[in-house]
Design a protein around this ligand. Structure first.
Ligand code: SF4
Ligand code: SF4
Ligand code: SF4
Length: 376
């Protein structure tokens, strides 16, 4: 199911709930204005020059955790100096948490940075039945890989097409998205992309302060800015906010209502009572199947490794025995050769010792003389 269709269905179901007195309570939600101390980032497209330094900054911080690079330190890293890529409309993927795209507008080229928007009431978290996505009061929407069952509902639910899947991993595929550099923020550091931006097109701070900064910029330079701060209210508000010199839709920002994802979801489940009962069963079933498949795959892999090790051990043992036998044979042959040589030398020595002396030319030996006497 496509994201927009999913959200449309949710909206439709929410509308149904509103019209039905029986389900009105299920559709009702409390008004949530976000966590008061939550932080975020403001991207100002008026200041952005499309240099891709933010992409590089993100890679420096997160590159070692991305599937293409974490198991292969020799993998070729992206060329962030290549600005030709700005001509394409890129999306984030499991090896790229953020991209900058260029849009041709009546005000010239305008750049927009894409990454997870860390929604105040995230659709991804709302759709995730094992709570692998969690909105923190500090601002970042964090992912817990140990809980993820790979159902990918988060991908379908996100209105910004952000979470991506590591389809290349056979054993443990996970979902990847910008973390807002939560571990750095916790240490008092800036997100990698914000730190790398040479034009201060990215501002990090409390969301409430960022909204004030954005409004002030619009107020001071209305000729430079579109009047809208994107993210202030979309889908209940996001912690990444955007300023633009042109209408945000010209930079491919989606047109979204103010209703948050949990509100839409609550409407859907409240309106169709059966769904509320079947939903956990279906998801629970998917979870069990997924877990079983993973377990079977792991057992098969373990068995294959055990067999391979046993075979290799047997082969190694056979090779060793053969080598030892050959060595033994070689040793016997060498000993026999040495004995033979020593015997031959001893015989030669003995023969030389007891050999009769040679007579000079013309003279007879004592044996010759005694022979002649005997004859006489
Ligand atoms: S942008 Fe998408 S992935 Fe990010 S918090 Fe919002 S719904 Fe979740
Ligand atoms: S906040 Fe961190 S993870 Fe997100 S785009 Fe910036 S550097 Fe990358
Ligand atoms: S580093 Fe700053 S100026 Fe450069 S592309 Fe990113 S946001 Fe724009």
């Amino acid at each position: 199911m496509q994201r927009r269709k999913f959200l449309t269905l949710m909206s439709a179901a929410g509308l149904g709930a509103a019209l039905s007195p029986a389900s009105a309570n299920a559709a009702a939600t409390t008004s949530f204005n976000g966590h008061p101390e939550a932080v975020g980032v403001l991207h100002d497209s008026v200041r952005c020059i499309g240099c891709r330094k933010c992409e590089e900054g993100c890679f420096k911080v997160n590159g070692q955790d991305l599937p293409a690079f974490k198991n292969d330190p020799s993998a070729q890293r992206p060329d962030f100096a290549d600005l030709e890529v700005l001509n394409k409309k890129r999306r984030t993927n499991c090896n790229t948490y953020t991209v900058v795209n260029r849009y041709q507008t009546e005000k010239g080229p305008v750049y927009r940075k894409l990454q997870c928007n860390h929604c105040q009431e995230p659709a991804c978290a709302s759709a995730c039945f094992v709570k692998a996505f969690v909105k923190t009061p500090e601002g970042p929407v964090v992912y817990k890989p140990e809980l993820c069952v790979g159902c990918r509902y988060c991908m379908v639910a996100c209105p910004f097409y952000v979470p991506t899947y590591d389809y290349g991993s056979a054993w443990n595929p996970l979902v990847y998205k910008c973390t807002m550099c939560a571990p750095r923020i916790a240490k008092g550091q800036l997100p990698g992309c914000v730190e790398a931006c040479p034009k201060e097109a990215l501002v990090f701070g409390k969301r409430t302060d960022l909204i004030n900064i954005a409004r002030e910029r619009i107020q001071k330079n209305p000729e430079l800015y579109d009047a809208k701060v994107f993210g202030e209210s979309e889908m209940g508000g996001t912690n990444w906010l955007y300023l633009s010199p042109v209408q945000h839709t010209e930079l491919a920002q989606p047109e979204l209502g103010k209703t948050s994802a949990p509100e839409l979801t609550s409407g859907a489940l409240g309106a169709v009572a059966m769904v509320a009962g079947i939903w956990p069963v279906l998801l629970g079933g998917a979870y069990a199947i997924n877990k079983r498949r993973t377990k079977m795959a792991q057992e098969e892999a373990k068995e294959a490794v055990t067999t391979a090790v046993a075979t290799t051990r047997e082969e190694a043992e056979a090779k060793l025995q053969k080598a030892l036998a050959k060595a033994e044979k070689d040793k016997d042959a060498a000993v026999a050769r040495e004995v033979k040589k020593a015997r031959e030398e001893a015989i030669q020595e003995t023969e030389a010792k007891f050999a009769p002396p040679q007579a000079p030319d013309g003279e007879s030996t004592p044996e010759d003389a005694s022979g002649k006497e005997g004859d006489a």
